[in-house]
Design a binder for this molecule. Structure first.
Ligand code: KE4
Length: 436
């Protein structure tokens, strides 16, 4: 598929122009505005399986997967039917439903470190609540995160943040009080010495370390061998809680996420994205002695009108049940490996400096000749080339993340034919990118 297939983007352009007078930047989440790559953001009209269609009826093979949730593919018939059936019985009651228990059982089975789980409506809520809980449980105020780590947009974690803040070159946001930001220590990912130094600089002060066990928000950056194990040992030794932000990795790189794949057990886990199957769900959970500090059992307050929403719970349950089928993760691994190895070969054939990181079915191709192991090395990537490649792929019917510093995802709906088509488009796209 080397020819240009996107006929027109006129309707997306018209809607985006109108959106400027309705939504800040015309979007409800910054990275959707294509500011890092330029051009007209596509307004999506519908999706099915591995494909999305924009409002100009252009079809794309989708590797964004709504930034991760759609691991079973878009509009999976079983998921849609379950949501429709639940909606016909009502959409929200402000009372507990069986659906919450159904999803909680699946979460607990996949994550043995979770004795109790609390559902919320976004990943931000999950991490914000987990950090408040960790501070209450340890009676300490500081938190340690990693440069390029993104844990949502709560004040505490908008320090050296990844994802959009990294994309736009604003790792720290205005509006976060200095008093709040001063309680957050950020060190380079994969840097055990820096973690040790932070603990020595703040003895007995660090309530928790929050980490993406596989970073996804500076692009995909895997933990170096031993990193998570040493982090677990150091936090235990220091009396700090270890919080795994598995909002991307949970149910993605294994049914039990990074803690299953790397066999490292955190004290608290944050979940999101896949756990809601494309509807708004976040979750945090962990050891009973910690989680029982949460209201109404304990004094740590956290609440939410639509927490545990029955439609969202139903979408999560029906999605996660699909992931429990035998061979699911082997299938994702095989397809993702074919894709990423093929992209590397195509880049090499075009003489383009390119290095890819992949863990399971999450991946990022960096336009760089240096291995990417942390925020500093990620930032050395050639973002102009990424932008050129992104648009060359988009024009050829392949939808990647509109930022070098994000992850791509393969779903159960992708086929070998999709991978072949993607690699054919990439041959032309790398040739064009090489001219940047
Ligand atoms: P939400 O509040 O966006 O549901 O979750 C925040 C969050 C927390 N932790 C991790 C590891 C995350 O990746 C995220 C959100 N991810 C971004 C993209 N990398 C969501 C896309 C967006 O911001 O529009």
């Amino acid at each position: 598929m080397t020819e240009i297939v996107t006929a027109s983007t006129a309707r997306s352009a018209a809607l985006f122009a109108e959106a400027q007078g309705l939504l800040p930047g015309g979007v409800d989440s910054p990275v959707r505005a294509f500011r890092a790559v330029g051009g007209t953001p596509r307004f999506i009209a519908r999706a099915r399986g591995a494909a999305v269609w924009d409002v100009d009826d252009n079809r794309y093979i989708d590797y964004l997967a709504s930034w991760g949730p759609l691991i079973a593919g878009h509009a999976h018939p079983g998921v849609v039917a379950a949501i429709q059936e639940a909606a016909a019985r009502g959409t929200s009651y402000g009372a507990t439903t069986e659906a919450e228990l159904d999803l909680a059982r699946i979460v607990k089975q996949a994550f043995p470190s979770i004795d109790l789980v609390r559902f919320v409506s976004s990943g931000t809520e999950a991490t914000m609540s987990a950090l408040r809980l960790a501070r209450a449980f340890t009676r300490r105020d500081k938190i340690l995160k990693f440069d390029g780590g993104y844990h949502g947009h709560a004040d505490d974690v908008l320090v050296q943040a990844g994802s959009g803040p990294l994309t736009f070159g604003q790792p720290d946001s205005p509006g976060v009080p200095a008093a709040s930001a001063s309680q957050t220590v950020s060190v380079p990912y994969n840097d055990l010495a820096a973690i040790r130094d932070a603990f020595q600089a703040h003895p007995g002060e660090i309530a928790a370390v929050i980490v993406e066990p596989v970073a996804g928000n500076m692009g995909v950056v895997p933990p170096q061998p031993g990193f998570l194990e040493h982090l677990r040992a150091m936090t235990r030794e220091q009396g700090s809680l270890l919080i795994f932000d598995e909002i991307i990795t949970g149910f993605r790189i294994a049914l039990g996420g990074a803690q299953e794949r790397f066999r490292v057990t955190p004290d608290l886990t944050c979940l999101g994205k896949i756990v809601g199957g494309g509807l708004p769900v976040g979750a945090y959970g962990g050891r009973r002695e910690i989680m029982e500090q949460i209201s109404p059992v304990g004094p740590v307050y956290q609440a939410g009108t639509l927490s545990g929403n029955p439609l969202a719970m139903t979408a999560g349950v029906s999605t996660l049940r699909l992931l429990g089928e035998p061979g699911v993760y082997d299938h994702l691994e095989r397809l993702a490996a074919r894709l990423v190895d093929g992209l590397g070969s195509a880049a090499q054939a075009a003489g383009v400096a390119y290095t890819a990181n992949r863990v399971g079915s999450m991946f990022t191709g960096f336009f760089s000749d240096a291995t990417v192991t942390d925020y500093a090395s990620a930032k050395r990537a050639n973002t102009r080339r990424y932008a050129r490649f992104f648009h060359a792929m988009l024009e050829r019917g392949v939808y990647l993340a509109p930022s070098q510093f994000e992850a791509g995802f393969v779903s159960l709906a992708h086929t070998d034919a999709d991978i072949d088509a993607t690699l054919t488009a990439a041959e032309a796209a790398f040739a064009l990118a090489s001219r940047e």
